[in-house]
Design a binder for this molecule. Structure first.
Ligand code: SF4
Length: 351
């Protein structure tokens, strides 16, 4: 099924159509690694300024390993999925402490590092070290399922496995770096989700979807349900121009700073019940008026944050920070929105 793949045509296309990207200058393994981690959930165009800034701030693996973890999170601010930044630093420390500062060169060894799943391990091994392993990301899945006419559900692990095996078979040995990037680039530029530009595609003559006019059928995915909505009550506590902040210990956004908040039900919970929820976390307050609503969409839920002013009725376990101090701390998108639209608006009203 995987024979007849026009690898040479794909490589020719890539040699002239590839975008000029900073890590493609010399394929420095550290640069490739950072770029792949950043590009996992973010479009290349959006991530480029972050990439440049990150490498200016942490120019070597050792600099990243030795950095203060808060400064790493701060540099990641705006990219989201902060566990990527924590894992990146953790792996940098493993590389410095256990590998004499050298990134392992094979997928097998890379898999042992923090944050290196099958995708990142294959990407770094093949793009940085040219190891003969295929890379399967969303773009590659789309191109492959269209090209071979794979009707299996791509959300199921056996389908990914099957495509990986098919790619392994057609991957030109000694040319994995170019081949993998070419497939990813083709998915990003030509074989796009809606209205692929088949007329410009080097694979079209033997592409199942093109020949049968079935591009929009691939990749096959089971429909996901709607993402749930979660409501949170957030407190703006002010004392002498400083605001109460709390550092997260939960897995999601671990280490980031936020205004104190608890999940609640706007339909069922009274002000008193919200106060009780905060007091269970040691934050004893009297709730004041509602100051606004801010929302943010995560991949697995949508967050509605109801912002309240409040005053403490006992000493509370928080850190007090001025606007300037807050701006130096890593804050998630939703916290930044609250700062801008609620705290900022209040500050300018009160001036
Ligand atoms: S011919 Fe069209 S559908 Fe097939 S791989 Fe190329 S762009 Fe995708």
């Amino acid at each position: 099924m995987s024979s007849g793949f026009p690898s040479n045509a794909l490589l020719d296309w890539f040699s002239h159509a590839q975008r000029t990207l900073p890590w493609r200058k010399n394929y420095d393994p550290y640069h490739v690694w950072v770029s792949e981690i950043m590009a996992q959930q973010t479009r290349i165009k959006q991530m480029l300024p972050y990439y440049e800034r990150f490498l200016t701030q942490f120019p070597t693996i050792r600099a990243l390993a030795d950095a203060d973890s808060q400064s790493v999170l701060k540099a990641w601010e705006g990219l989201g999925y902060y566990s990527r930044a924590r894992n990146l630093q953790h792996a940098a420390q493993q590389i410095v402490n256990e590998k004499k500062g050298k990134i392992p060169q094979t997928k097998k060894e890379l898999l042992a590092l923090k944050g290196f799943g099958p995708y990142i391990s294959s990407a770094v091994a093949s793009i940085a070290f040219n190891e003969n392993v295929p890379v399967v990301d969303g773009n590659v899945l789309r191109v492959s399922t269209r090209f071979w006419g794979v009707w299996d559900d791509v959300t199921l692990p056996p389908t990914r496995k099957k495509i990986e095996e098919m790619l392994q078979e057609v991957l030109p040995k000694g040319n994995a770096r170019a081949f993998n990037q070419a497939l990813m680039e083709l998915g990003a530029l030509i074989c796009v989700p809606e209205n692929p530009l088949c007329e410009k595609c080097p694979l079209r003559q033997s592409c199942y979807a093109f020949v049968h006019g079935k591009q929009s059928y691939f990749p096959v995915k089971t429909k996901k349900g709607k993402v749930p909505i979660k409501h949170f009550a957030m407190l703006i506590l002010e004392k002498g121009g400083k605001y109460a902040l709390h550092q997260r210990t939960e897995k999601l956004l671990h280490g980031m700073w936020e205004f104190p908040m608890v999940e609640f039900s706007p339909l069922c919970d009274s002000a008193h019940e919200i106060e009780t929820k905060f007091s269970e976390n040691g934050i004893n307050v009297k709730l004041g008026p509602n100051k606004g609503l801010v929302s943010h969409a995560y991949s697995h839920f949508t967050q509605y944050v109801h912002v309240f002013s409040a005053r403490p009725i006992k000493t509370i376990p928080v850190e007090w920070a001025s606007r300037e101090e807050m701006e130096k701390k890593p804050l998630s998108k939703v916290q930044q929105k609250v700062m801008k639209h609620v705290v900022g608006a209040t500050a300018s009203h009160s001036q």
